[in-house]
Design a protein around this ligand. Structure first.
Ligand SMILES: O=C(O)CCC(=O)C(=O)O
Length: 312
């Protein structure tokens, strides 16, 4: 009896989940094609920002391969911004180290991803006094994201991560395994290394051409709530070895990447890794698949329209 009831409950749950998934997919498609993204594309097309040669080069690489590699110094010209972000990262690393050595209670970690400690996680109040957030909300970043995505984007997620070293023999889990991000088909992330990253502290890895529209887009293709994690080791049977990239790099390395394509990282074993990250996605994503990680708490007047749109 109990078994029958449990089996029935599981089936009901399965059907409900399937229906819910269908609803979410339909909402995403509607917002992508007709509702929010269409007006967002129109707004962008009416007011296209000009890009200098540095960002034009990044844009060309993103469009060709789905990633672009640079440094904060080359990207930003703003030494003050780097000093502020570097100091913020150093404070975060020191506080995390102290908490790891202590009672661990103040550590912001998510169930199943305990190997990443976050500076903010979700539900945090942020303003332009936060150095990394200020960089992410700048027109220098936003104009690049909007031009790559072809619409006025939303600044969906901003954080710093401290990857805790794992035993070398540990299995890769969660984002340490090859996956496509569920967030959106129209997605741009940036990763700024705040320590030197080599093979021992979980370099980010990517398959160029695997984002939607690319030459490897057909392998477990992106779709809303799709099969984002291929079975372990199977991606390697579909993609030639020379098509995988590993981004080791010194502190200050800045990587832009469309993570709707296949990527993994953060499998630190020999030493810790600290980086700053940001996600820009389309309004359709926030309407159906994701939630913003922060509340913007500064006054909105005084912000130009693309910035206000991105932060609200
Ligand atoms: O920590 C890493 O390098 C991987 C990050 C990742 O998978 C993601 O941002 O989706």
């Amino acid at each position: 009896m109990h078994r029958t009831k449990t089996h029935f409950a599981a089936r009901v749950n399965h059907v409900a989940t399937a229906l819910e998934k269908r609803g979410i997919r339909a909402t995403y498609a509607l917002h992508d094609r007709v509702l929010s993204n269409r007006s967002s594309r129109r707004r962008f097309a009416h007011d296209r920002p000009g890009l200098d040669h540095v960002r034009q080069g990044i844009l060309d690489a993103l469009e060709r391969d789905g990633y672009a590699l640079t440094t904060f110094a080359d990207f930003s010209y703003d030494a003050g911004a780097w000093a502020d972000v570097e100091a913020q990262g150093a404070r975060f690393a020191a506080e995390t180290q102290a908490a790891l050595a202590g009672d661990r209670e103040s550590l912001r970690v998510r169930a199943g991803k305990e190997f990443v400690v976050r500076l903010h996680s979700y539900g945090v109040d942020l303003g332009l006094d936060d150095p990394w957030f200020r960089v992410c909300a700048s027109r220098r970043m936003l104009d690049l994201a909007n031009t790559y995505l072809g619409l006025w984007s939303k600044l969906e997620y901003v954080d710093m991560w401290y990857s805790v070293p794992q035993p070398e023999e540990a299995d890769r889990v969660a984002s340490q395994r090859w996956h496509r991000d569920f967030n959106d088909k129209h997605l741009l992330k940036a990763f700024l290394y705040l320590v030197d990253v080599d093979e021992g502290n979980g370099p980010f890895q990517y398959v160029p051409g695997s984002a939607p529209g690319g030459r490897h887009a057909d392998a477990w293709p992106w779709r809303p709530l799709g099969e984002n994690y291929p079975p372990e080791n199977e991606l390697e049977t579909r993609v030639p070895a020379e098509d995988f990239r590993t981004f080791t790099g010194s502190k200050g390395t800045l990587l832009f990447c469309n993570t709707a394509g296949f990527h993994r990282g953060g499998f630190a074993t020999a030493k810790l890794r600290v980086l700053a990250t940001v996600t820009y996605s389309s309004p359709a994503s926030l309407a159906s698949l994701t939630e913003r990680s922060y509340r913007f708490v500064d006054p909105l007047d005084g912000l130009d329209e693309p910035t206000r749109f991105a932060l609200t």
